[in-house]
Design a binder for this molecule. Structure first.
Ligand SMILES: [Ca+2]
Ligand SMILES: [Ca+2]
Length: 260
């Protein structure tokens, strides 16, 4: 009897537990599972938005292709130039300022076969327009110096005055008015130049004379000619000596007015 009672009590407890378990499962299915489903959906949405943002950021950070600049060569204007022929007093086929054609004593074999030459160009108002430098080369056959001197810039077509200066000689205005064609070489008339500008100031005077005497060494040692450069500049006929020939040449040259 007592045993049956115990069994009933135990059976009641078990049913009660199953009932309670059923209620818990029911609540779980009604409340917890929907919440989990919602959270899962929210997480998926969040990841999806994150991917979208990341994709957007990635797209924004992608550098755009920079177009390669194309190189367009700048056309270079051909410089205007002058074909120069100069006769240098005391050298080659040139005589001197007093006797231009008397070249028997002129030096036919100058030490310096090239001479630095500067050309300056002026317009009708005598305004300096352009300049250029180059070398002229000794022509032993003709006894003159020739070369092409380019200007630093191209001139426009027109008429100009042109001056030539060779290192150690007085600058001279080239005879006539020069018709210049832009970008081309204009041939200038043959131009004789006066020597003796030992100190390179474009005039002949007592200063040049005194420098020549410093290096004069016909009968005695030069009084004051310590450098090769000074000897070269006072050797105005360029034969390697500073003597009576240079002295006489200078005296004939100095009758010339200052350079142009
Ligand atoms: Ca001088
Ligand atoms: Ca000499």
């Amino acid at each position: 009897m007592e045993t049956d009672q115990i069994k009933k009590t135990t059976s009641g407890k078990i049913r009660h537990k199953f009932l309670l378990l059923g209620v818990v499962l029911l609540l779980y299915s009604l409340v917890v599972i929907p919440i989990l489903v919602i959270n899962t959906q929210q997480q998926q949405d969040t990841r999806s938005r994150g991917q979208t943002i990341q994709t957007t950021l990635t797209d924004a950070s992608t550098p755009t292709k920079t177009p390669t600049p194309t190189f367009t060569p700048t056309p270079t204007a051909s410089a205007t130039a002058f074909s120069v022929t100069v006769l240098l007093d005391g050298i080659g086929s040139r005589g001197d300022n007093t006797n231009p054609t008397a070249n028997i004593t002129s030096n036919k074999d100058p030490k310096q076969k090239t001479k630095k030459t500067t050309v300056t160009v002026y317009d009708a108002t005598n305004t300096l327009i352009a300049s250029g430098s180059g070398d002229v080369l000794y022509n032993a056959t003709d006894g003159n110096f020739t070369g092409t001197v380019p200007l630093k810039k191209s001139l426009t077509n027109g008429s100009y005055l042109v001056k030539i200066q060779v290192d150690g000689y007085l600058q001279r205005l080239v005879a006539g008015i020069q018709a210049v064609k832009s970008g081309a070489a204009t041939t200038l008339p043959v131009t004789p130049l006066v020597t003796g500008d030992i100190n390179r100031e474009n005039t002949l005077n007592i200063l040049d004379y005194n420098l020549l005497l410093d290096c004069y060494s016909d009968l005695a040692v030069a009084s004051n000619c310590p450098t090769t450069q000074k000897k070269v500049t006072t050797d105005i006929n360029d034969d390697g000596f500073v003597n009576q020939v240079d002295y006489n040449l200078f005296l004939r040259e100095i009758v010339t007015q200052p350079g142009a």
